[in-house]
Ligand binder design. Structure first.
Ligand code: FAD
Length: 415
């Protein structure tokens, strides 16, 4: 694969951009692989990438029923942060955040990581106490955050209204190295690197069944035929329950739609990411100038990948109190994605009751930020058969043993 560089851009400019190669191959499936990964979202592709990079395992297929990155990975609002309360969460999200810092160089693909700073507003007394506690916990965990005053909030974000009638801004949890990245570039960058290592990314191919013998996985049935595999990794976010059913086991997850919208592009007015969890709204400005706005989940379980007006009205109404300027914006588009939520709002990176079959799911409203860390930990699990340090607390057995990793404050709504 030819590397992207400033020199390559200059060279192609002189020959009408006719010399660029396809970013990844589109092969037909082989009859057998060492590892099959179901789901070409960020987590599936990152797992494939670290299997190759860290363990030299490259006889891998990533199978995708639609187009790569077309699930939640291409539908999220791109917030990256690691200010979680519990130690196992802070460890994996901070690993991910630190991998984002060098991802463009590692993948030779510009993922537009922008560590512009993320702020979670405290708008009730309970939130002040909660975020002050998180700031203390983060400092012990080696994650740099601080609790800041309303004056500092205004300094960092002049368009904010501090004195809202219902929920005034009382402070914020501030992570200066949090930020955003271009979500589909993350999927494309990993896909290109995986394809370059000889892995097969097979799009428009749905997994419809899981073959097993004597308690172990032997292959998958797909819309492009049967494919054998020694190991299977299921990484399909909102479809996890369906795949688990094919494998003959159940998961403690619910599927539910989460919605977002963008405004028309406007001049730069906000260079931080702000999350207002009490009123269920958050906002950042994309490089194109659109205000990227997200809200909470739908009030009922569903599989709809689309937005709905009543939900958007709720989100915008809540946000206008803190950002009155939003009332003068026109909406450009809105959409939804199917996320998978666990009871303790923490992910599952785990062996399953089916031998050689592993699952990575439950990232809920906030898994974009985790992609590189999750891929790293999942590759360790798939390669060695047992979780290493990053994933050890996230096994399925925690629901039987009552060892929950309660992140409902850090991840119940927020992204
Ligand atoms: C509106 C919205 C806003 C969000 N905002 C943020 C945010 O700001 N920050 C953040 O960190 N997170 C955010 N998230 C969450 C984040 O997007 C997800 O946690 C993350 O993208 C999950 O990635 P994934 O790779 O596990 O899943 P996905 O990207 O959904 O990939 C799973 C893939 O599996 C495929 N698949 C499913 N079934 C099959 C099958 N049978 N055969 C083959 N392929 C199959 C799907 O087509 C899909 O492409 C948001 C999500 C949404 C919907």
């Amino acid at each position: 694969m030819k590397r992207y560089s400033a020199f390559a851009i200059a060279r192609e400019a002189f020959r009408h951009h006719a010399g660029w190669e396809r970013a990844w191959r589109s092969p037909e499936p082989k009859s057998e692989y060492d590892v099959i990964i179901v789901g070409a979202g960020g987590h599936g592709l990152a797992t494939a990438y670290y299997l190759g990079k860290n363990f030299g395992i490259t006889n891998v297929a990533v199978i995708e029923k639609g187009w790569l990155g077309g699930g939640n990975t291409g539908r999220n609002t791109t917030i990256i942060r690691s200010n979680y309360l519990q130690d196992p969460s802070a460890a994996i999200y901070e690993k991910a955040r630190s991998l984002y810092e060098t991802m463009s160089q590692d993948l030779n693909y510009n993922v537009m990581f922008s560590p512009r700073g993320v702020m979670m507003l405290a708008q009730t007394q309970a939130e002040i106490r909660g975020y002050q506690r998180t700031a203390h916990a983060n400092n012990l965990q080696g994650v740099t955050t601080e609790f800041i005053t309303p004056e500092r909030v205004k300094e960092l974000c002049p368009i904010i209204e501090l004195g809202g009638p219902r929920y005034p801004v009382l402070g914020a949890l501030w992570q200066p190295r949090g930020g955003t990245a271009r979500h589909d570039a993350v999927a494309w960058g990993y896909a290109r690197a995986c394809s370059d290592m000889g892995m097969d990314i097979i799009q428009q191919c749905e997994v419809t069944g899981i073959d097993q013998s004597r308690g172990k996985v032997t292959g998958v049935q797909t819309t492009k035929g049967a494919i054998k595999t020694k190991k299977l990794a299921i990484i399909v976010a909102g479809n996890s329950g369906d795949l688990a059913k094919m494998g003959g086991f159940r998961l403690p997850v619910e599927s539910i739609s989460l919605q977002a919208l963008v405004s028309e592009p406007i001049k730069p007015c906000m260079d931080v990411v702000i999350m207002a969890n009490t009123v269920h709204g958050y906002m950042s400005q994309s490089d194109k100038g659109e205000m990227v706005i997200g809200g909470g989940t739908d009030g009922y379980n569903n599989f709809t990948q689309r937005g709905s007006y009543h939900h958007l009205e709720e989100t915008v109404r809540a946000l206008i109190e803190t950002f009155p300027m939003v009332s003068r914006l026109k909406m450009l588009r809105h959409w939804g994605g199917i996320i998978d939520i666990t009871g303790d709002r923490s992910p599952i990176i785990s062996k399953t009751p089916l031998g050689n079959c592993f699952i990575n799911c439950g990232w809920g409203t906030g898994g974009f930020k985790a992609i590189p860390g999750s891929g790293w930990a999942m590759a360790e699990l798939v390669a060695g058969g047992e979780p290493r340090e990053l994933a050890s607390a996230f096994g399925l057995e925690r629901y039987q043993e009552g060892r929950f990793i309660d992140e409902s404050v850090a991840a119940g709504v927020a992204h």
